[in-house]
Design a protein around this ligand. Structure first.
Ligand code: C5P
Length: 236
């Protein structure tokens, strides 16, 4: 696998595996990693992940597992067997489930980064209260991120707005994976609470999930290179 040291994870949010693979062919696995989510995986399956891995990409399999501990452990083992670089589980699955996922990764043939999802950013106060959680998202995010760290997970997905608090509360070494990234030159689309790549890095994010600013660009590789150049300059 080509060594990849940059923080950019390109979200391959496409309806078909062909479209995703065509876009990936325009990228360089030394300059970015790629994220495969539920729609693409459901359509393209492990075969498509195999192809991305074979092309040298580090793959973040964003399936947000949430089930009983044994089932999540088996699912995480299957992801590890696929050779993915990162996999995630819902912290709301609880401490026993998180520990089972950790043990499964440790026992696997290959050890992907094991990342927690805390509270989906789509959940507002009313949603949180409806499922019996504290109405303040940050209270839940912090509690769940602490739990994930306690159970040995490698990090958490968080919004750029949450990154600085999580970094301050959880210390160095706990990886923060952040979507909602928009370079100053890119369209916001449906994202509202955004940060530029350099702002997110300055806030403590380790990995930046970038979708449309790269995938919908006229020249995706050039867009990726522009983001990396912006990061190298540190211009916020
Ligand atoms: O195209 P865009 O850069 O908005 O894509 C962001 C990616 O990150 C998408 O795959 C989206 O599902 C994901 N994501 C997000 N916000 C979250 C969690 C995940 O945008 N809170």
């Amino acid at each position: 696998m080509a060594e990849c040291t940059t923080p950019i994870i390109v979200a391959l949010d496409f309806h078909t595996p062909e479209m995703a693979l065509d876009l990936a062919a325009e990228l360089d696995p030394r300059l970015c990693r790629v994220k495969v989510g539920k729609e693409l995986f459901t359509r393209g399956g492990p075969a498509m992940v195999d192809k991305l891995v074979a092309r040298g990409f580090d793959v973040f399999l964003d399936l947000k597992f949430h089930d009983i501990p044994n089932t999540v452990a088996q699912a995480v083992t299957a992801a590890a067997d696929l050779g993915v670089w990162m996999v995630n589980v819902h912290a709301l699955g609880g401490p026993t489930m998180l520990a089972a996922a950790r043990e499964a990764v440790d026992r696997a043939s290959h050890h992907p980064q094991l990342i927690a999802v805390t509270i989906l950013t789509s959940m507002g106060e009313a949603d949180l209260q409806a499922v019996g959680l504290a109405p303040d998202p940050m209270v839940n995010v912090l509690r769940l991120a602490r739990l994930a760290r306690e159970k040995g997970l490698d990090g958490a997905v968080c919004s750029a707005r949450e990154a600085a608090t999580l970094r301050a509360e959880l210390g160095e070494g706990f990886k923060l994976v952040t979507p909602g990234i928009r370079p100053a030159w890119a369209e916001k689309g449906d994202q509202t609470r955004i940060m530029t790549p350099a702002q997110a890095r300055a806030a403590g994010s380790d990995y930046l999930v970038v979708g449309r600013p790269v995938t919908r660009a006229h020249d995706p590789l050039q867009a990726l290179e522009a983001i990396l150049a912006e990061l190298a300059e540190g211009s916020v």
